[in-house]
Design a protein around this ligand. Structure first.
Ligand SMILES: Cc1cc2nc3c(=O)[nH]c(=O)nc-3n(C[C@H](O)[C@H](O)[C@H](O)COP(=O)(O)OP(=O)(O)OC[C@H]3O[C@@H](n4cnc5c(N)ncnc54)[C@H](O)[C@@H]3O)c2cc1C
Length: 382
């Protein structure tokens, strides 16, 4: 008899978990989503997500990134869509600073395809960035941009093709582990399964209150600028980028429409203004938006200083920015994307599926376990 495994929450990690389970022999995969499929309230919306192999967050992620890259290419091939655009990612900063050094360690330790660029090379290649004398760059040749909304829908679509049962507009309100299985409930309806994988992102603590102290939901803002010199921001002249300068951190991607450029990083400390993120007020302080625009224009003079578009999103952070991927009884939890999980989501999903099936996975790190996570301190920020 097939083992029934349900995935609760079909956003970034959940759609990938469902796709993975739907390809696993002996498993009957069921996916449940509280909103419509590919909705706009999750942590995955906003046109693009950076994919990087050279990882300033730490070299320990590199084997998982390799696996994630393979899976992105597989999902792209299965769905007949380009989900990962191999633009490359240029990271710039002062060479002496710690994030830059961590980046160099990850490319050296794992012999990642990359180029190191001096400021002269940066200026010649990327006129869109006004590079400063003390800046240097590392071009991650395997990096690029993912199309997140399309990726989530593609994974769900592939899972359905492989036979997964999918329920949308179904908000799970309780999960009960009976010891021999799990019963998940929504509006009086119950679904009985053998194991469950909970991938509910910013809603995780609602469903599993024990996670409340370990997670913090944070607001993240994306901004777009009109290009006054559009040619400097086309993919032929500009890869994806990350710039760190005097504590100012921005990231972005080349123009997809030929006239506007995503350059983001407006740092607004805070969580949702309503108990549920989809009910939150998405307006921003206009002065803060304009001030951010001025600083962006200083580093990228070929864009107009006022952002012409922005969007507000929420992600779930842990104290050390490692995800929580662990199993308690028949319940596996995968959450705490901490602002950097999209690129890794197919690999994280595979780890969660291994846990659900009681299998070891050599890419699993104990640092993902519940026991390795501290409560998020009040006012935690980094
Ligand atoms: C603005 C922004 C920029 C980012 N940039 C990058 C980047 O460049 N690169 C990168 O790798 N990462 C990036 N990240 C991080 C990454 O996007 C997130 O870490 C990741 O999307 C989190 O995925 P998730 O599956 O935890 O949550 P989500 O994708 O939000 O999925 C959660 C899903 O669960 C559903 N759900 C919740 N509760 C229930 C319930 N009770 N019943 C049924 N369904 C439920 C929700 O509706 C939702 O669909 C960024 C994040 C943001 C917000």
């Amino acid at each position: 008899m097939k083992r029934k495994i349900a995935v609760i929450g079909l956003g970034s990690t959940g759609s990938m978990a469902l796709w993975h389970l739907s390809r696993t022999p002996g498993v009957e995969a069921i996916g449940v989503e509280q909103f419509g499929l590919g909705h706009g309230y999750g942590a995955y919306t906003g046109e693009s997500r950076l994919f990087r192999m050279a990882y300033h967050e730490g070299a320990t992620f590199v084997p998982l990134l390799r696996r994630a890259r393979e899976l992105w290419l597989q999902l792209g091939a299965a769905s007949g869509r380009q989900l990962l655009h191999n633009f490359g990612v240029i990271s710039t900063g002062r060479e002496s600073e710690e994030p830059f050094q961590r980046l160099l360690r990850s490319v050296d330790e794992y012999e990642l395809p990359h180029e190191r660029l001096s400021v002269t090379e940066l200026r010649n290649r990327y006129p869109g960035m006004d590079s400063r004398d003390d800046e240097a760059g590392v071009l991650d040749l395997q990096g690029g941009a993912l199309r997140p909304e399309l990726a989530v829908l593609s994974a769900i679509e592939q899972a359905r093709r492989n036979g997964a049962l999918i329920r949308d507009h179904m908000q799970i309100t309780s999960i009960r582990d009976t010891g021999s299985g799990v019963i998940v409930s929504a509006n009086g309806e119950e679904i009985a399964v053998d194991q469950v994988i909970v991938t509910t992102g910013a809603w995780s603590a609602e469903l599993i209150p024990q996670l409340r102290d370990l997670l913090e939901v944070r607001k993240l803002v994306l901004t777009w600028f009109l290009a006054t010199r559009p040619v400097e921001f086309l993919p032929e002249r500009m890869p994806c980028f990350i710039r760190d300068r005097d504590g100012f951190h921005v990231f972005g991607a080349p123009s997809v429409d030929g006239y506007s450029v995503k350059i983001a990083g407006l740092d607004l400390w805070g969580g949702p203004s309503a108990p549920r993120v989809e009910d939150s007020d998405l307006r921003l302080d206009r002065q803060e938006v304009s001030e951010f625009g001025r600083r962006v224009h200083d580093l990228f003079p070929g864009v107009s200083p006022e952002p012409n578009r922005y969007s507000v999103h929420y992600d779930t952070y842990t104290s050390n920015k490692n995800p929580i991927i662990d199993r308690v009884g028949n319940v596996v939890v995968l959450t705490g994307g901490s602002g950097h999980a999209f690129k890794l989501s197919p690999a994280y999903a595979e780890l969660a599926a291994s846990l659900a099936r009681g299998l070891d996975n050599p890419l699993y790190s104990d640092s993902f376990s519940l026991a390795s996570h501290e409560p998020v301190g009040v006012g935690m920020r980094s």
